[in-house]
Design a protein around this ligand. Structure first.
Ligand code: CA
Length: 221
């Protein structure tokens, strides 16, 4: 899952990056409201963590612009100051899905992110299950027919992305965006290598290649 963090306080941003490291998200960070607005127009994210007081374009204006677009359904969690009740109300009314008051507990942040992603994928159940594979985002656990499977964070993230939209072909471009964001892929974690590893560790038939397009996991109710 690709998360955009929009936060101009470097210390807060660094704290969030540290907290989310190893959680199986790709985190892209911007400190400027105008740049974030452009990024949200041009690129796809699975979730936005949005500070409200930002240089050049404040968070509320950014959020209103975003929600004015008919296709912009990305979940937004706003990060607000302690005494700013009005900001929170305005934020929610402007289209935010949830908020956290600074300073916040990082475990609560992680749980709220998981809940928002779940809802945006149309799920109420915390676990993702398909074709004998069961993935628990909170515990970072993957079971295959009840047996634990050891995945790297990147393998975990790719599997999570495919399981979240069973029956849907995810393009190579979209998967790469999700996995790497604005970072480079290393030689050991290209999309092909990760798919190969998942097939080897799970079932060779689990992930289908749609030639020239991308990959999917079949929806098997
Ligand atoms: Ca700020």
């Amino acid at each position: 899952m690709r998360v955009l963090l929009v936060e101009d306080d470097r210390a807060v941003a660094q704290g969030i990056r540290n907290a989310l490291r190893g959680e199986g998200y790709t985190l892209d960070w911007l400190a400027d409201g105008q740049e974030a607005s452009c990024a949200l127009r041009d690129e796809r994210f699975d979730l936005v963590l949005l500070d409200l007081g930002l240089p050049r374009r404040d968070g509320l204006a950014l959020l209103r612009d975003l929600r004015a677009r008919p296709d912009a359904d990305v979940p937004v969690l706003i990060l607000t100051a302690r005494d700013a009740t009005r900001d929170r109300i305005e934020g929610l009314d402007a289209g935010a899905d949830d908020y956290l008051v600074k300073p916040f507990d990082v475990d609560e942040l992680k749980a709220r992110i998981r809940a928002l992603l779940r809802r945006s994928q149309g799920r109420a159940q915390p676990r993702l299950e398909q074709a004998g594979v069961s993935l628990d985002p909170a515990r970072h656990e993957v079971l295959y027919h009840g047996q634990p499977v050891n995945l790297t964070p990147m393998e975990f993230q790719l599997l999570h992305q495919l399981l979240a939209r069973p029956g849907t072909v995810l393009t190579r471009e979209r998967l790469a965006d999700t996995l790497y964001g604005w970072h480079e892929s290393g030689p050991g974690n290209t999309l092909e290598v990760l798919i190969h590893n998942l097939r080897r560790k799970l079932d060779s038939g689990l992930i289908r290649t749609v030639r020239g397009v991308g990959y999917l996991i079949e929806d098997t109710p």
